[in-house]
Design a protein around this ligand. Structure first.
Ligand code: FMN
Length: 336
């Protein structure tokens, strides 16, 4: 089946994807990233089991705006029958462009359910899960993995599922043991090409200080991205932490433009982000996005003081007030 993954690949330039981040990649943030040039955006991971037993809250979380397309919903879980039911529900009630399966999450709460990264080390069950999703939707199905989990590396894993119609693969270039730090294994991502027929997205370290190479600075996002693409030969890259507080990273990696922005330019994006959040989630949204607000403050002069005030905001008006007091800046009221 010709799907959006193949179409994106055939545009002849790398695919830049916003990788999934629980607690961050909500509709407002995805829209902002999209505006700055993200080609594909992923939802926060959603529990397949919750979608079966108590779907309302999860469905609310997964809602999206058409401007986000192509939009991929990521599911986590441990039971093939829950994945099958969840895939049907997502296809019918949300209608994204793709469904992704989480084989990379190291979080204890997730691992305890038998879900996330540890599934990579249980290939028969992982295979059954992928098959159950493919059989339950006409949407393209992708997977997100690590390079190794215990005794299983990504190449063996891919061989085990090779005959299944998996459209795309995002590899976080670290083992489960490494967690979220340490070097990215670009060599194994490159080898994955011989074990997988779909689109390959390399992930890890872009726009994150010192993680691609120890001497790298956080602002070298363009060279991180180019290096990751060149060394892996992947079709695209996934960016997660590097986009927090700087969604314009997508423009920077695409154009080679400097990632630093003036305070005024940062505020403009923050306000747009906050307004979209309030629109989607109401008042609770601003409280929930305080972490993101602090990420925006990082890198600005007086960041500590700015953060101290941002952690107390409850409304868009509060945010405007904080900025009004910052270096006498005028609050930009036009949308960007
Ligand atoms: C706060 C946070 C939440 C994350 N949530 C998810 C998730 O829901 N699903 C997933 O597959 N990966 C998740 N990840 C992993 C990222 O998608 C990504 O693989 C990892 O952070 C490495 O990429 P980076 O160096 O660009 O951040 C999360 C990472 C962070 C930091």
């Amino acid at each position: 089946m010709r799907n959006f993954w193949e179409k994106s690949k055939n545009k002849g330039r790398p695919i830049y994807a916003l990788a999934p981040m629980a607690g961050y990649t909500d509709s407002a943030f995805r829209r902002i990233c999209k505006k700055f040039g993200a080609d594909v955006v992923y939802s926060e991971m959603a529990s397949a089991t919750a979608l079966v037993y108590d779907p309302a809250k999860t469905l609310e979380m997964l809602k999206f705006d058409p401007v986000e397309r192509p939009y991929v919903v990521q599911l986590f879980g441990a039971k093939p029958e829950h994945f099958a039911a969840a895939a049907r529900i997502i296809t019918e009630k949300i209608g994204p462009d793709g469904i992704d399966i989480n084989f990379g999450c190291p979080v204890k709460k997730v691992a305890k359910q038998g879900a996330g990264a540890i599934l990579m080390d249980n290939m028969p069950l992982a295979r059954e899960i992928v098959k159950s999703v493919i059989d339950s939707t006409d949407l393209p199905v992708s997977i997100k993995t690590r390079t190794r989990v215990n005794n299983t590396d990504i190449l063996e894993f891919l061989d085990f599922v090779r005959d299944l119609d998996i459209a795309a693969l995002m590899i976080h270039g670290r083992t489960l043991k490494q967690g979220f730090s340490g070097s990215i294994d670009t060599a194994i991502i490159k080898k994955a090409r011989d074990h997988f027929d779909g689109v390959i997205i390399a992930n890890g370290g872009v726009g994150v200080a010192g993680l691609v190479a120890p001497e790298d600075k956080r602002d070298n996002a363009g060279s991180h991205a180019a290096g990751l693409l060149a060394r892996t030969g992947a079709d695209g890259i996934g960016i997660a932490r590097g986009a927090l507080g700087r969604p314009w990273i997508f423009k920077a990696v695409r154009t080679g433009q400097d990632i630093a922005r003036s305070p005024r330019a940062v505020f403009k994006v923050v306000l747009e982000h906050a307004r979209l959040t309030e629109e989607h989630k109401g008042g609770r949204g601003i409280v929930e996005m305080r972490g993101q607000l602090c990420a925006y403050a990082a890198g600005l002069s007086g960041a500590r003081d700015l953060r101290r005030r941002l952690v107390g905001v409850k409304t868009v008006k509060d945010i405007e007030e904080v900025f009004r007091g910052y270096e006498g800046l005028r609050v930009p009221d036009n949308r960007f």
